[in-house]
Design a protein around this ligand. Structure first.
Ligand code: GLV
Length: 326
């Protein structure tokens, strides 16, 4: 008998599926016991052996070797994430394995965090907090800790206006920001209603924005989308925000742009060599660095886990998955 393998404990929301898997499908659920760290590669290759479904997280590399280790009975890989760059889609398709993700349920949480990073970088929130904690004497000064007025018509450039980008645009519009965007929804009526001006290309968008925020998927084409050339064409004194995927940005080039003062700040929730953090960025006051927490709202994380489990149950029951990766 096969099993469903979940690569990290995800709490009570998962336990609700255990009876259904056992009673209706006669499939046991096995969960890697450590919430703090993913299975090692060896543990993973062993744990998937004979699995009919793998519920994976962004930290799990699902490639041909792993799919083969699982075996021919494997039917579905349900990723608990909207992104799926950790999965080799071609290898899955060659083996008739369905891949699903969790779109739609994390848009608001990621957009909230994007705004948090915009405000944290432009208004120097983390820098100010770090200063206060030094205990150094200080007095209010008119030129101290001055940053960018986002609500006074600053222009936000959204690269990749999809679901999450739209949720960011709604918030930016409410803040009084101007918005330009590339992406599949940039010409939609609801984008126009928020004042979104479509940009013909990333090259057109970069020099026009005070803040650039990345919301496109990571693919071979978008790897290092923001490289030295792209950073050079951004406005002097502008800001870069990344809540998408780390390798969209060439971090050494970003460190150069911050070092030279060409960019005023960067807010990164994701990192090029995650979980490694670029040591130059780590040493910079102008970089706000977070541990990939874009979707880390309690309800959001539960909704993601639930959607992944429902996708797996659907495929194991012979039904269409709710949110297949196309
Ligand atoms: C998180 O990074 C996700 O892709 O859902």
């Amino acid at each position: 008998m096969g099993h469903v393998f979940l690569t990290r404990p995800l709490g009570d929301v998962v336990e609700q599926f255990r009876p259904q898997l056992a009673e209706e499908l006669n499939i046991p659920l096995r969960i890697h016991p450590d919430p703090g760290s993913p299975p090692t590669r060896e543990e993973m290759l062993e744990a998937v052996r004979g699995a009919e479904a793998i519920i994976s997280l962004v930290t799990d590399r699902i490639d041909a070797e792993l799919l083969d280790a699982a075996g021919e009975q494997l039917k579905v890989v349900a990723n608990v994430a909207v992104g799926y760059d950790n999965i080799d889609l071609d290898a899955a398709a060659q083996r008739n394995v369905t891949v699903t993700n969790t779109p739609g349920v994390l848009d608001e949480a990621v957009a909230d965090l994007t705004l948090a990073l915009i405000l944290a970088t432009t208004r120097r929130v983390v820098e100010g907090d770090r200063f206060i904690r030094t205990g150094e004497p200080w007095i209010w000064g008119p030129k101290d800790w001055v940053g960018l007025d986002v609500s006074a018509g600053a222009t936000l450039g959204i690269i990749g206006l999809g679901r999450i980008g739209m949720a960011v645009a709604k918030r930016a519009h409410a803040f009084g920001m101007r918005i330009i965007a590339t992406g599949r929804r940039a010409h939609d009526d609801d984008a126009r209603a928020l004042g979104v001006v479509p940009a013909a290309s990333v090259d057109e968008l970069l020099p026009a924005a005070d803040i650039v925020s990345l919301h496109c998927p990571l693919t071979p084409e978008t790897t290092h989308l923001i490289d030295a050339g792209a950073l050079g064409s951004m406005k002097p004194g502008s800001y870069l925000i990344n809540t998408g995927r780390g390798p969209l940005v060439d971090e050494e080039a970003l460190a150069d742009a911050l070092d030279s003062g060409h960019l005023a700040g960067a807010g990164l929730d994701v990192h090029e060599f995650e979980p490694e953090i670029n040591p130059r960025l780590r040493a910079m006051e102008s970089a706000v660095l977070l541990p990939h927490i874009g979707s880390a709202g309690d309800a959001t994380r539960n909704a993601m886990a639930s959607l992944a489990l429902r996708n797996a149950v659907a495929v194991l029951s012979g039904d269409e998955p709710l949110t297949p990766v196309s």
